[in-house]
Design a protein around this ligand. Structure first.
Ligand SMILES: [Zn+2]
Length: 271
């Protein structure tokens, strides 16, 4: 719904511009050919703006990291929208069993509910990163709002774990021109992901594992979810169930399982 609203606003604003331009040109006596160029240019601009908002890694609103170097024999498994219980703790149990590191892009509101899970994650070598306070989409928000949702979440994570996060991932991956600068002002590199597997649709643990394993290649950043937006009682059991097969496959392929910061530090940034 939010996507449709944003698209409608961009198109309406463009239509208004074209109308104004046409009126102005009619008065000034410009030939109709100018009008056609104006419409064409506006459509191209619309396309760029919508691409910038909804694609997870277009350069329109500034470049961001979406994978490590293709030749580094490592991957980063990331979990968004948590922590939730019992799932995040169950994921930590599986990671411990496989001696794997992962990254949790947490929501401030969820972190507030389960601070002990964040402390455990950090104690066991995982990375806790910033996914905003309440998963509110950012494209229609002001620079001040965006900076505030990032700052507030980082402050809480630092207070709970003793470490300030250094990565930010926008809710839904949707950005506007102020997201990257706001994240960097708060000391966070804006990041996306290489591939997701639609795990929140709950397609079955086998499907989640199969899709994840298919995308496991050097430098990949896998997007999974230990929550679902602000849903207070999401069901992430299929992700928990799929995880051992995914970690096993990475190991079999000789891919180290690193935190995202470690993957990027190891690999230098590939955009
Ligand atoms: Zn999310």
């Amino acid at each position: 719904m939010m996507a449709a609203r944003i698209a409608a606003m961009v198109v309406a604003a463009s239509a208004a511009l074209v109308w104004l331009a046409a009126k102005g040109w009619a008065v000034a006596g410009f030939p109709p050919i100018m009008m056609r160029h104006q419409v064409g240019a506006t459509l191209v601009l619309d396309g760029l703006v919508l691409w910038g908002i909804f694609d997870r890694r277009p350069p329109v609103f500034g470049v961001l990291v979406s994978r490590g170097r293709p030749h580094s024999p490592a991957v980063a498994v990331t979990f968004d929208d948590g922590p939730t219980e019992p799932y995040t703790s169950q994921i930590l149990d599986v990671l411990r069993k496989y001696d794997a590191r992962a990254t949790f892009f947490v929501l401030g509101l969820r972190a507030q509910a389960h601070p002990e899970v964040l402390r455990r994650a950090v104690a066991e070598g995982h990375e806790v990163a910033n996914h905003g306070w309440d998963h509110a989409p950012l494209p229609l928000r002001s620079p001040a709002y965006i900076r505030h949702t990032i700052a507030r979440t980082s402050a809480l994570i630092a207070q709970i774990t003793g470490r300030r996060p250094c990565l930010f991932r926008a809710p839904y991956g949707w950005r506007n021109p102020w997201v990257n600068p706001a994240a960097r002002l708060e000391g966070c590199e804006p990041v996306a992901w290489s591939f997701g597997v639609y795990d929140t649709d709950r397609p079955g643990a086998d499907t989640i594992a199969r899709r994840s394993i298919a995308g496991l290649e050097s430098g990949a950043i896998l997007l999974l979810h230990d929550g679902r937006s602000l849903d207070p009682s999401p069901d992430a059991s299929q992700v928990v169930e799929a995880l051992p097969a995914i970690l096993e496959a990475a190991r079999t392929r000789g891919l180290r399982l690193l935190t995202l910061s470690a993957l990027l530090a190891d690999a230098a940034l590939e955009r």
